[in-house]
Each structure stands twice: as structure tokens, then as C-alpha cells.
Design a protein around this ligand. Structure first.
Ligand SMILES: Cc1ncc(COP(=O)(O)O)c(C=O)c1O
Length: 388
């Protein structure tokens, strides 16, 4: 088969890939197809590879500043994909990923005795990190009715009435349930924010993956008041499969909050960070548009094929409106999450993410990453269908 970045990507075996190379560590077995962790099986755009190759060939990797155009490339990115304007001075470039950026923002903006609210089932670091850092973590679980997921804002309001909530953690689009929050839903959250005064940390790392017809509203675009109480996190890590290059950026419209975050990061001495990460982000945002358009078509086709394959089976996927993750109710396979997990690992030999780790509401679910070659996805679904 001819090499083709999306249909016939290179093998990732023996590249120290977290997704592919440590199956025994992660799943306790060696032989399965991994479809876990939000990491794609596709190579970054050729333009990014070329920019990195050129930079590597220079051979000198001393302290380097970020490309000057970086902030304007990010501003243009938001204009092009979300039709919103952000000011370059709102941006803090981070030579580390979104999770680290969130940790610094917690440290900068919240006192240890303050409470944060998370909305499980959700990406585990969103509740593990503040817990590990000593904050009090309250849960406002998503509602699940007619196989649709929504924020339970009445419950959030109740929490705010009984406990002073300093920050609400939003995952937008939501990993793992795949919701793209509608502007009206976010405006309702912003109305609660106005009433109770909490900050919103909006993790928007999946916001470049929208299924056709869906629109992402960056939290800072909901109006001035919401913007001034929000911290938005984004990165090229998911969008261009650059997680190993670890860079991100934080959007903070309020100058005082921004100053506090910058002052918290400064003493750690990151400077402008890794010369290759800077290069990767700039070239992806400058020249990666055609690649991204093609990727989105592949992901949409994969998602369509996945739904079709599971249609008359025992698996019930939630609607993925954004992300490249499918959140699948597998409770028909067994009563206990432990047995579901075991059957998928040993009988079907596929390695998905167990729903339990996403917190309350996750038991009985598995998260499937469909950002892989179509034939890999076909093999995964064929194996799953052997179970029912
Ligand atoms: C919602 C969400 N936020 C953050 C991350 C991690 O981002 P980073 O590698 O930039 O820390 C992930 C990765 O799966 C994610 O799904």
C-alpha cells in the first residue's frame, strides 16, 4: 500500500508511544489494538515536519525566543475557525501542556482552602489535579437523559448557595461525552457565574474537532463580564498530534488575573521554552489548514463508520458532536465495569479507556478513540462485535 498519512500511517510500534508501546503496563496484556488516550495515529502535517527538520538541521539549539508572529497566528486562528476576536495581549504562551498550564493557574488564582467544581464524567486530571494540589473538589455531575448529556446548572447553583465556589472547571467540547456546548448553555453558565462570582477555567483543547454543523463558542467570547472572569486553555497538541512537543497557550482577558498567572510561572525559569515546540506551533498554525481540513473529513468518516458498525449491536455510543472520542455505553456486556473491561481486553482484544476513571457517571462506559486509520477502526469494531 502507498504511504498515506491518514489511510496508511506509519506504525508507531517501538517509538516509545504511550498509546502503543506499553500495553502490558497499561492493560496487563500484550496483544490488543489500543484505542485509548487522546492521541492520534496520524503524522503531523508535512509542513510541520519540514519546519522541524530544517530547525534540527541547523544543529544549534540554544535559548530561543518564540517566533514573533506566534501571537498573531493564534489571533488569526480564532478568527478563521470561530469567527471571534481576541487581543494578542490576552495570550500567555506556555512551553508545557494544558494540564500544567491549569496547575499554574490554580496556584496563581486560588487559595488552598477554596473550592472548585468539576462536571464528571470528565477528563480525569480536571479533578485529580486540584485534589492533588490540595483544593477542595466538588462534583456537579452531568445530567444524562435519553442518551443525551447536559450540564446540571440547577445543581451547580445549589452548590454555590451552600459553599463559596472559587472556580468552575469546564471542558468545552466535553471529553469524554463529546458534547459541544451550545452558546445558550454557556450563557446560562455565565449567568450563574455573574451571580456567584466564580472563575471559569475552560479547557478548550478539543475545540478544533467539531462534527459538521457544530459551532464552538470560546468562553471569552460570551461577553465582557464572562471574559473577565475566565481563563481559556488551548494547544496544538490534540489538533496537530503534537502532544510530545508539549506547548499550549492561555487566554486571559483580565489584566490582573493575567499578571498573577505570568508572575506565578516566571520564577520556574521556562524562558520561551523548547525551540522545536515553538517551531511546531507556528508552522502548524501558519501552514496546517489543508491538513486539518482533510483530517476532519477522515475523522467524520470514521465516526460515521463507527456508528454504522455499532448500530444493531449491544453498544450504545453517545452522540459525538466534537472531539475524536466516542463515549460508549457497554453495560449490556456485563453488570460490573470490571467484567466489561475484562471482556473487551481479553475476548475482543481492544484497549479502550474504562469509563470508571472519568468519575461518577462513567461506570458501564468505555471511551473509544477513533483518530486512527480506517482499517484499524474496522478491526476494532469487528473485534467488539464478536461480544454482541
Ligand atoms: C480535555 C483535555 N485537556 C487536556 C489534555 C492534555 O493536554 P496536554 O497534553 O496539553 O496537557 C487532554 C488530553 O487528553 C484532554 O483530553
Amino acid at each position: 500500500m502507498m504511504p498515506d498519512p491518514f489511510n496508511n500511517p506509519p506504525s508507531r510500534l517501538q517509538t516509545r508511544s504511550v498509546k502503543w508501546d506499553y500495553l502490558r503496563d497499561v492493560f496487563g496484556v500484550d496483544s490488543l489494538i489500543p484505542a485509548w488516550v487522546a492521541d492520534m495515529d496520524f503524522p503531523a502535517p508535512a509542513s510541520v515536519q519540514e519546519a522541524l527538520t530544517t530547525r534540527v538541521a541547523h544543529g544549534i539549539y540554544g535559548y530561543s525566543r518564540c517566533p514573533q508572529e506566534l501571537k498573531s497566528l493564534i489571533v488569526q486562528w480564532y478568527q478563521r475557525y470561530h469567527a471571534v476576536t481576541l487581543l494578542p495581549e490576552w495570550l500567555i504562551y506556555c512551553p508545557f501542556g494544558v494540564v500544567s498550564a491549569m496547575g499554574f493557574c490554580l496556584q496563581a488564582l486560588l487559595n488552598k482552602d477554596q473550592a472548585v467544581v468539576v462536571m464528571p464524567p470528565v477528563y480525569p486530571p480536571l479533578f485529580n489535579q486540584p485534589t492533588q494540589m490540595g483544593y477542595s473538589v466538588l462534583r456537579s455531575p452531568l445530567r444524562h437523559e435519553n442518551n443525551e448529556w447536559s450540564m446540571d446548572l440547577a445543581h451547580l447553583a445549589q452548590l454555590c448557595q451552600t459553599t463559596p465556589v472559587a472556580m468552575v472547571s469546564l471542558c468545552s467540547p466535553h471529553n469524554p461525552v463529546g458534547r459541544v456546548w451550545r452558546r445558550e448553555e454557556l450563557l446560562e453558565l455565565a449567568a450563574l457565574q455573574k451571580k456567584y462570582g466564580f472563575l471559569v477555567f475552560s479547557d478548550e483543547i478539543h475545540s478544533d474537532f467539531l462534527m459538521p454543523g457544530f459551532t464552538h463558542s470560546p468562553y471569552f467570547s460570551l461577553g465582557e463580564e464572562a471574559a473577565l472572569r475566565s481563563i481559556v486553555f488551548h494547544a496544538p497538541n490534540k489538533t496537530f498530534n503534537l502532544a510530545g512537543c508539549a506547548s499550549s497557550y492561555i487566554i486571559i482577558p483580565d489584566p490582573q488575573l493575567r499578571r498573577k498567572v505570568a508572575q506565578t510561572i516566571e520564577p520556574y525559569g521556562f524562558h520561551d521554552g523548547n525551540v522545536l515546540s515553538q517551531q511546531a506551533l507556528a508552522s502548524a498554525y501558519r501552514d496546517g489548514h489543508d491538513w486539518l481540513a482533510e483530517l476532519k473529513e477522515v475523522l467524520f468518516q470514521n465516526y460515521t463508520d463507527l456508528r454504522a458498525a455499532l448500530k444493531d449491536s449491544c453498544y450504545r455510543p453517545s452522540a459525538t458532536e466534537g472531539t475524536y472520542l466516542s463515549w460508549i455505553d457497554c453495560s449490556a456486556l456485563a453488570d460490573s465495569p470490571e467484567v466489561i473491561r475484562k471482556r473487551l481486553l481479553t475476548e475482543a482484544q481492544v484497549g479502550l479507556d474504562d469509563g470508571v476513571k472519568f468519575g461518577p457517571g462513567g461506570a458501564g462506559y468505555q471511551r473509544l478513540n477513533f483518530a486512527c486509520a480506517p482499517q484499524t477502526l474496522r478491526e476494532i469494531t469487528t473485534r467488539m462485535l464478536k461480544l454482541g
